[in-house]
Design a protein around this ligand. Structure first.
Ligand SMILES: [Zn+2]
Length: 79
């Protein structure tokens, strides 16, 4: 069973559907019982939809989306 930190770490992979089904199921189970992670996932999913819709209309600078999404990554400890 993944904890919050593990769940948030795999958020991007989850949204890209790059996780094995078993892992996706574990995360879904965690999300149904954790409103904190639910909010984070919904926010990211929404953000992606907005960025994607905007990218269709305007050309975004290279790496723009990566930098934007990086702002929301959980902080990792320096050590
Ligand atoms: Zn959680």
């Amino acid at each position: 069973m993944p904890n919050c930190q593990e769940t948030l770490k795999e958020l991007e992979l989850f949204l890209d559907s790059e996780l094995p089904n078993a892992r996706i199921e574990e995360i879904m189970v965690h999300l149904t019982g954790c409103t904190d992670c639910q909010g984070a996932f919904e926010f990211h999913a929404e953000l992606r939809a907005i960025v994607r819709a905007k990218a269709k209309r305007d050309h975004l600078p290279d790496g723009f989306t990566d930098r934007l999404l990086a702002c929301f990554e959980p902080q990792t400890d320096p050590d």
